[in-house]
Design a protein around this ligand. Structure first.
Ligand code: F6P
Length: 341
């Protein structure tokens, strides 16, 4: 079979490990042929593909980003997008696709499958907010990067008797904030699932200063004060209708300085969290996803996505990943609250 592979949405450490596993097993065990589509759904829409063989995937296991490129192109927002995909696949002789992506890429994959274009999904996001899978690859790397930063910030916060607010990614889910805050010994963790009371945050900051330690606050980019709205970078929407989040860290640092008189600084980790080499955990998870995705394609089990449940890789309908955002349960957040202040 001739199979097309694409990576869509924000890049994520481990994408190359998935591509490598698909191609290595697909060629050596099943004898399939592959094309790599460029830049997510833009590739199939514009017929932009290149041959993808074992030679092209050599040495990419530890590499961050994606050798295929990525974009947030939505074929349903492009004129005749789906027809163009159909025509291009036919022209290239590509019979099926493996789409590696988050809720947007997989949402398109599900719709295309319903329209008769055979697709297998592989879940990807540093945000860890997809349903049906316990973890997505990229999340562990993002948390590792954030924890390294928090560890370093502790020492400078203490030296300068400052409050340091660390803003992390995660969109509308607080997983990166929760895990990096817990692992990094943060004194306050703020997540989108639990709008925060500024007075409580200030109390935690003051009690931390009273113990002669400087407070570190980890705030998810989607966290909001009880009285207020999300802080947005701009009102612009991407092709899937998402706003760009960011700025809550700076907002909070300014409020802390006003209310406590203590110097406060905000550190925005931004795309550093998505960059660079995947952790061993993410390499293994991504590799296993790739191996199971090519099995699913070989068996023509279209419309399915691979997922991690416990320690097993299973197959679920693609829509299970996107039906509902997997957010931080309040009981998990409550566990972390013990360490606040
Ligand atoms: O979904 C991954 C993610 O990194 C989010 O955590 C973040 O809000 C968003 O992508 C940023 O998107 P972009 O790279 O398009 O600015």
């Amino acid at each position: 079979m001739h199979i097309g592979v694409l990576t869509g949405g924000g890049d994520c450490p481990g994408l190359n490990a998935v591509i490598r596993a698909i191609v290595r097993k697909g060629v050596s065990v099943y004898g399939h042929e592959f094309s790599g589509f460029r830049d997510g759904w833009r590739g199939p829409v514009e017929g932009d593909a290149r041959p993808l063989g074992i030679a092209q995937v050599r040495g990419i296991l530890p590499r961050g980003g994606t050798i295929l490129g990525s974009s947030r192109t939505n074929p349903y927002k492009v004129e005749n997008g789906v027809d163009r995909i159909r025509e291009n696949l036919e022209k290239l002789g590509v019979e099926a696709l493996i789409a590696i992506g988050g809720e947007d890429t997989l949402g398109v994959a599900k719709k295309l499958t319903d329209e008769g274009i055979p697709v297998i999904g592989v879940p990807k996001t540093i945000d860890n907010d997809l349903g049906a899978t316990d973890y997505t690859f990229g999340f562990d790397t993002a948390v590792t990067v954030a924890v390294e930063a928090i560890d370093r910030l502790h020492t400078t916060a203490e030296s300068h008797h400052r409050a340091l607010v660390v803003e992390v990614m995660g969109r509308h889910a607080g997983w990166i904030a929760l895990h990096s805050g817990l692992a990094g010994g943060a004194n306050v963790i703020l997540v989108p699932e639990m709008p925060f009371d500024l007075d409580d945050v200030i109390k935690h900051v003051e009690s931390r200063f009273a113990t002669q330690y400087a407070p570190i606050l980890v705030v998810a980019e989607g966290a909001t004060p009880k009285e207020g709205a999300e802080v947005l970078k701009s009102g612009d929407l991407d092709a899937f209708g998402h706003v760009r989040l960011g700025g809550i860290g700076q907002w909070l640092a300014e409020r802390i300085e006003e209310r406590t008189g203590k110097e406060s600084r905000a550190v925005v980790l931004g795309h550093v969290q998505r960059g660079g080499s995947p952790t061993p955990f993410d390499r293994v998870l991504a590799t296993r996803f790739g191996l199971h995705a090519i099995d699913a394609a070989h068996e023509r089990d279209w419309g399915r996505m691979v997922a991690l449940q416990g320690t097993d890789i299973v197959r679920v309908p693609i829509e299970e990943a996107t039906r509902e955002l997997k957010t931080v349960p309040l009981s998990r957040y409550a566990e972390a609250e013990v360490f606040f202040g």
